[in-house]
Design a protein around this ligand. Structure first.
Ligand SMILES: [Cu+2]
Length: 330
């Protein structure tokens, strides 16, 4: 007797027609890899958001721990395009009220749900030139591009991309469960080829690193926004993906003192892939744990804690037409 069918039926339960957004597929250097839903994407059962920062669903969604059968194959350094949609491909993508950033992380492959200190940030887009990342993806047919770091080691990875919708984000979910930032995470299985040797090792734990003290998570979009502090660490500078020389000058002595973060530090040697010394990114990557980094790196989530102060009375717009969806929000 098999219980598989019953299990699957349970997992597929609660598929309600709601709104919001989810991921359709991936292109590699412009080549469409086809419908990725439950093929190479660990697709959620629907497009509803996650709001509880402590939930494992925050990482890869409610099905995050269900590995799928296929990997997107891409060479390190490839241009990747992730494509999102609302109810059907090429529709309005996500409601225009759902303004916020789009952030992308990578982790060594796991069949697990991605919980724990395994993530490194490889791309981010917040607010610039008067536009939110969500405005841009809506204008671009649901597509957002970024570059797979050129020097990462070959092997299997999970790439997690999230849209954070801040239309109810002026209040923390922990203070009012009816409000709070809405997270739309999606995790894609990748098999990366190439001769690189860098294993992304920011060891960021999303459940612990995202907090209600983070000014990018509790943020009032209805004020006159001039800048927005994107949550999470800075982009992993071992990625070769660029960051300009940071102004911070560290007189980092040769003392070998790993920075200690709240999360347990996973030795990079635990990874299945080749570990090589990361080209010293020095000040650009606060959470990268490596011997040459200065010990005085402040914890990321609190560094911007006082920069943004939500104003008192925003014009509040409810999540449009999502009354039903709210019932199953986590
Ligand atoms: Cu919504």
């Amino acid at each position: 007797m098999h219980f598989t069918a019953a299990t699957l039926a349970l997992a597929a339960f609660a598929t309600s027609v709601s709104a919001h957004a989810t991921m359709f597929g991936v292109s590699v250097n412009g080549v469409d890899q086809g419908d990725g839903r439950n093929v190479y994407i660990r697709s959620p059962p629907n497009n509803s958001p996650v709001k509880n920062l402590a939930s494992p669903d925050l990482i890869c969604g409610p099905n995050g721990g269900r590995a799928v059968g296929t990997f997107v194959k891409a060479a390190a350094g490839s241009k990747l395009t992730f494509e999102w949609y609302h109810d059907n491909r090429n529709d309005d993508i996500i409601d225009g009220s759902h303004k916020g950033p789009i952030i992308t992380y990578i982790a060594p492959f796991t069949e697990g749900n991605g919980v724990g200190p395994i993530w490194s940030k490889i791309a981010e887009d917040g607010f610039s030139n008067g536009q939110w990342a969500v405005d841009k993806i809506r204008a671009n047919n649901g597509k957002i591009d970024f570059t797979l770091p050129a020097n990462i080691a070959a092997g299997k990875y999970l790439i997690r991309q999230e849209i954070i919708a801040l239309h109810e984000g002026d209040t923390a979910f922990s203070q009012n469960a009816a409000r709070g930032a809405q997270f739309y995470p999606s995790c894609v299985q990748f098999e990366v080829s190439g001769s690189g040797s860098v294993v992304p090792n920011q060891n960021f734990d999303i459940n612990k690193g995202y907090t209600s003290q983070d000014p990018g998570i509790v943020f009032n979009i209805y004020q006159a926004v001039t800048s927005y502090p994107i949550p999470g660490p800075k982009i992993f500078s071992g990625s070769g993906a660029s960051p300009a020389p940071a102004p911070v000058t560290t007189s980092a002595p040769a003392s070998v003192r790993p920075t200690t973060t709240a999360a347990p530090v996973v030795p990079t040697t635990s990874s299945a892939v080749v570990v090589a010394p990361v080209p010293t990114p020095s000040s650009a990557a606060p959470v990268v744990v490596q011997p040459t980094t200065t010990a005085v790196v402040p914890p990321v989530p609190t560094t911007l804690a006082t920069l943004v102060r939500p104003s008192a009375k925003p014009t509040r717009r409810p999540c449009p037409a999502f009354g039903k969806a709210k019932k199953r929000e986590n």
